[in-house]
Design a protein around this ligand. Structure first.
Ligand SMILES: [Zn+2]
Length: 102
């Protein structure tokens, strides 16, 4: 019933984990690669921008995950008022179970 919405959630979750686990080796790899082809002082100036871009992308993925809307009540599944629980197993508003379809 909510397959499409759960698919969207799965994409956001995958993006979040990819950014988190894949981001550090990716940024480090780019840094190492740049240090091979560019002078050191230039790398020192460029690298913070690359790391900053990754942090922004990671933050965006986290925000997209947190502000995912419940398929049933259309309110934020993991956030209620000041309370946020991205690991919650139920919607904080209507109590719909994660991956549930009723
Ligand atoms: Zn709900």
């Amino acid at each position: 019933m909510y397959a499409e919405q759960w698919n969207e959630y799965r994409k956001r979750l995958l993006m979040f984990w990819s950014m988190w686990l894949g981001g550090i080796p990716l940024v480090a790899g780019v840094g190492i690669l740049l240090s091979q082809v560019l002078p050191g002082n230039l790398v020192e100036r460029i690298f913070p921008a690359i790391a900053g871009a990754w942090m922004l992308a990671f933050a965006a993925a986290g925000i997209r995950l947190t502000y995912w809307r419940c398929p049933r009540c259309r309110r934020f599944f993991f956030q209620r008022g000041m309370f946020v629980n991205q690991l919650g197993r139920r919607c904080l508003h209507c109590r719909l179970k994660k991956w549930g379809d009723e």
